[in-house]
Design a protein around this ligand. Structure first.
Ligand code: ZN
Ligand code: ZN
Length: 397
C-alpha cells in the first residue's frame, strides 16, 4: 500500500549502478565463448556445462516462485496459509459433522451447495494468490541510463533539477505520472510500487497479506469473486450450523445439543467472528467496482474535491453497470514479466530517436520484460489517452 520513497537526483548525476538490475549470469560465461558468439552475430548463450537459468531465478522483486516460475507468491506467505487453513478446516468440519445430519433430516441440497461454494472459493483464492498481479518489468541498465539522459536534458535551462513527473491527459483531466526510483521508469496511470513485493503493479489496489499477493490489474476480479463467494459460504455455514443445533435441541436443551456436536461450536465461533469483516470488505469492494476505483485511490482520496464531481474520477465510465463490466468482465491481460524465459546475454540494438514519450533505451534480453520497456510504456501511456477503451491494445501482446 505504501509507495516507495522519492528523492530528487540533480542533473548530471550518472545513471544508477546496475546493481538493482538482475545480474546477467549469461555474461559471466567465459570471454572466448562470448567473443565467438559476437563474431557470428548471434546472441551469446550459456555454456553447455552451465545449467540454463530461467528469468524468475534472478527476478529483482521480493517474490517466491514455484513450479518452475509458473506460480508466484509474496515472500511472507504465512498469513495466506492461515487463510487457506481456516477455510479448509472450517469447511471440513462442516462437511464431516453437520452435513450428514442436515442431509438426512432436511435436504441433500445443503452439502451440494456448500461443496460448490467451497470449490469456487478455493479456486478464486488460488487464482488471486498465485497469479502475476500485473507487475511491470523494471528498466534494464541501458534503458535507465537513456531515461536519465532524457530527464537531465530537460533541466539544462534552469538551475533546479527537473521534476521527475510526466503529465498525461485522461478524459480531459491531467494526471501526473511519477518516476519510480526502484524500477527506473515513469509509472503508467494507476500504477503504484508495492513496498512489500518491491514491484510496480498496474492498477494497484493493495497488498493483501491474507491472499499473500498484491491485488492488481490481473487478479482483481478473482480477488473480488473470492471475498464475495467467501461471504456467501460463511453465511451459509453459519445458518446451517444454527439450524443443525436448533434441530438437535428440539428433544433436549440447547446446552446438550452443543455438547453433542463440539465441532459445530468451533465452526460457529469462526464464522461469527469472520463474517462481519468479510461482509464489510465485500461491500467496500462492491462500491469500488461500481465506481471504478482502487483501494489505493480511495484511501488516498486521489479524486475527491478536484474540479467538481464531474471530473472526480477520470477512469469512471459514469455508469455503475459499465464500471462493473469494465472492472470484472474486461479482457484478460497477459503477464508482462517473462518468468519462464531463459537468460541470455545482452543483444543490444540502436536506440530509437526522440519522441513524445521519452526513449527508454534498448531491450536487454536479460531483462524480465516480454517487450522492451520503452515500447511497453509508450503503449500503456497511449492507450490511456482514450479511457473508454482502456488498454485494449495490450491484449494483443
Ligand atoms: Zn517501481
Ligand atoms: Zn505486494
Amino acid at each position: 500500500m505504501k509507495e516507495c520513497e522519492y528523492r530528487q537526483i540533480p542533473p548530471g548525476t550518472p545513471a544508477a549502478p546496475p546493481s538493482l538490475e538482475p545480474p546477467p549470469p549469461a555474461t559471466s560465461c567465459d570471454t572466448a565463448a562470448a567473443a565467438a558468439a559476437a563474431a557470428t552475430g548471434a546472441a551469446a548463450t550459456t555454456t553447455p556445462t552451465q545449467r540454463p537459468r530461467r528469468k524468475w531465478e534472478v527476478f529483482p522483486g521480493r517474490n517466491r516462485f514455484y513450479c518452475g516460475g509458473r506460480l508466484m507468491l509474496a515472500r511472507h506467505s504465512g498469513v495466506f496459509l492461515l487463510t487457506l487453513g481456516l477455510i479448509v478446516v472450517t469447511s471440513g468440519l462442516f462437511f464431516a459433522f453437520d452435513c450428514p445430519f442436515l442431509a438426512h433430516n432436511l435436504t441433500l441440497a445443503i452439502p451440494v451447495i456448500a461443496g460448490i461454494l467451497f470449490f469456487f472459493v478455493i479456486s478464486c483464492l488460488l487464482q488471486t494468490s498465485f497469479r502475476d498481479p500485473g507487475i511491470l518489468p523494471r528498466a534494464s541498465p541501458s534503458e535507465a541510463a537513456d531515461l536519465e539522459k532524457w530527464i537531465d536534458n530537460l533541466g539544462t535551462s534552469t538551475y533546479r533539477p527537473p521534476a521527475r513527473t510526466m503529465e498525461v491527459v485522461i478524459n480531459k483531466y491531467m494526471v501526473k505520472l511519477k518516476y519510480c526510483y526502484t524500477c527506473k521508469m515513469f509509472r503508467p496511470p494507476r500504477t503504484s510500487h508495492c513496498s512489500v513485493c518491491d514491484n510496480c503493479v498496474e492498477r494497484f489496489d493493495h497488498h493483501c497479506p491474507w491472499v499473500g499477493n498484491c491485488v492488481g490489474k490481473r487478479n482483481y476480479r478473482y480477488f473480488y469473486a473470492f471475498i464475495l463467494s467467501l461471504s456467501f459460504l460463511t453465511a451459509f455455514i453459519f445458518a446451517c450450523v444454527i439450524t443443525h443445533l436448533a434441530l438437535r435441541s428440539q428433544g433436549s436443551d440447547f446446552l446438550t445439543a452443543l455438547k453433542a456436536t463440539p465441532a459445530s461450536v468451533l465452526e460457529l465461533v469462526v464464522c461469527f467472528f469472520s463474517v462481519w469483516s468479510i461482509f464489510g470488505l465485500s461491500g467496500f469492494h462492491t462500491y469500488l467496482v461500481a465506481s471504478n476505483l482502487t483501494t489505493n485511490e480511495d484511501l488516498k482520496g486521489a479524486w475527491s474535491n478536484k474540479r467538481g464531481s464531474e471530473f472526480a474520477n477520470p477512469y469512471s465510465h459514469k455508469s455503475i453497470l459499465t464500471n462493473c463490466c469494465a472492472v470484472l468482465c474486461g479482457p484478460f491481460y497477459p503477464s508482462l514479466i517473462d518468468r519462464r524465459g531463459f537468460i541470455q546475454a545482452d543483444a543490444g540494438s540502436p536506440s530509437t530517436p526522440k519522441s513524445e514519450i521519452p526513449s527508454f533505451g534498448t531491450k536487454s534480453d536479460a531483462s524480465m520484460c516480454v517487450r522492451g520497456t520503452k515500447e511497453l510504456l509508450r503503449t500503456l501511456c497511449a492507450s490511456w489517452q482514450n479511457p473508454r477503451q482502456p488498454q485494449e491494445s495490450l491484449s494483443n501482446i
